[in-house]
Design a binder for this molecule. Structure first.
Ligand code: DI6
Ligand code: FE
Length: 407
């Protein structure tokens, strides 16, 4: 006796799937003649048509052979900020370095000034424009950091704007408190005293208001020492918050190994990471988030140790690092291209970096990042012949449709 058709809300047929599932033993976890079914915003089936149950769908879409990938995940952004830094771009073209500008009170601190002065609505409007660019290229989840307030009120303001984006726009938002992004002018030369404030009253207020999912620190010569980083992380963990780190971007302070040892979800940037750091990350399951936009824009020449990461089995994620100073970039597709051309990732690694591994970098590996039953139905449908095209083209957007939470 044939079984009853299964009711679902939406069905996508005649599609090729890049499931990115490690359980499917083909490049991209690919399924040639695939079907995706969703109910209540969740995937109930993603796989070959030949093995699919019979579905009774409210809405059925013939994909015409297009490719479906998981919705893209931008796991490291600073999307909410005031002003811009186009003038510093001009200064750098006249010879000033990123660090010169930072030490002269520009850089991050100039964005801090503009962010403190901006209203919540102004911050929302600016971030919303940048978000729209991400969404247009298939992003369904975005992480947003604070870090341009460097005092309690503005840090809370940035995080509430980030939360508001998650309420008002069709995108999943994870927020990260980056109070330890730079030493504010009020604490010039007293980074330790400021780190104490971040680890104490500022973190208390952020946690109390439930405004952050994770806590991040910029561990660097121009920012915070390993000791200060450890102090902030210890306080974050005591509050049950996940930790992430900006590390080994301009020099090697051992931040990644420190963060991995404390159970960090990810360590990000990593151009100056050494083998002991890679091994510590592998041991802890800490994801390496590489940010080719910042590498490119700062004209860095030292590359992150991709071969060592592969050799030791560290998962590699990619992100835009969208920010006004080091990566004014809001194109995940360009990030994939840059990761391949600059860091020699394969197109398959690049797509995994913006899907499966980006999910793990946010602690959301059971929720998103692959096309698998039980996960949220976040899809990107592309007008392409093969998934490598997503990394191959420059400045061309083949997105056909984007589905968030089954909608
Ligand atoms: N590293 C970066 O690349 C960004 N933050 C960080 O810690 C740069 C932020 C900026 O320059 O505004
Ligand atoms: Fe960053």
């Amino acid at each position: 006796m044939p079984s009853e058709p299964l009711a679902c809300d939406r069905l996508w047929t005649n599609a090729r799937l890049a499931t990115m599932s490690p359980r499917i033993d083909a490049p991209y976890g690919a399924v040639e003649d695939g079907v995706v079914a969703a109910r209540d915003g969740r995937i109930v089936y993603a796989g070959p048509r030949s093995e699919a149950p019979v579905f009774d769908a409210a809405i059925s879409t013939d994909c015409g052979g297009r490719w479906i990938t998981p919705g893209l995940i931008d796991c490291h952004t600073h999307l909410v900020y005031g002003g811009d830094r186009a003038h510093e771009f001009e200064l750098r073209l006249q010879g000033a370095s990123y660090e010169d500008i930072a030490r002269a009170g520009g850089g991050i601190l100039s964005t801090v000034k503009a962010t403190r002065a901006a209203s919540e609505d102004e911050l929302f409007a600016g971030a919303d424009r940048r978000l729209s660019a991400l969404i247009a290229e298939g992003v369904t989840t975005v992480e947003i950091k604070s870090g341009y307030g460097l005092e309690q009120q503005t840090e809370l303001k940035q995080l509430s704007v980030a939360r508001r984006i998650g309420r008002e726009r069709p995108v999943r938002v994870r927020t990260t408190f980056l109070g330890a992004h730079a030493v504010p002018p009020e604490f010039k030369g007293r980074s330790g005293a400021y780190a104490e404030l971040v680890a104490g009253p500022m973190l208390d207020a952020v946690a109390e208001q439930g405004l952050a999912d994770a806590v991040d620190v910029f561990c660097e010569g121009i920012a915070f020492s390993a000791k200060e980083t450890k102090q902030v992380f210890a306080a974050a963990k005591a509050k049950g918050l996940a930790i992430k780190i900006h590390a080994e971007q301009l020099s090697n302070l051992g931040g990644s190994a420190l963060a991995a040892g404390m159970g960090a979800l990810s360590a990000d940037h990593l151009e100056y990471l050494d083998e002991p750091g890679v091994i510590a990350m592998a041991k802890a399951g800490t994801v390496a988030v590489v940010l080719p936009g910042a590498f490119y824009f700062l004209r860095e020449t030292q590359k992150p140790p991709i071969k060592l990461m592969r050799r030791h089995g560290v998962a590699i994620a990619l992100a835009t690092d969208a920010n006004p100073g080091s990566s004014p970039l809001t194109s995940p597709l360009l990030v994939m291209n840059m990761a391949c051309t600059l860091f020699r990732l394969t197109p398959e690694e690049a797509l995994a970096g913006l899907t499966r591994h980006a999910a793990t970098a946010l602690g959301l590996q059971n929720e998103i990042g692959t096309l698998e039953a039980g996960k949220a139905c976040d899809l990107a449908i592309w007008d392409i012949e093969r998934p490598a095209e997503l990394s191959y083209r420059i400045g061309f957007n083949p997105l056909h449709a984007r589905i968030w939470n089954g909608q």
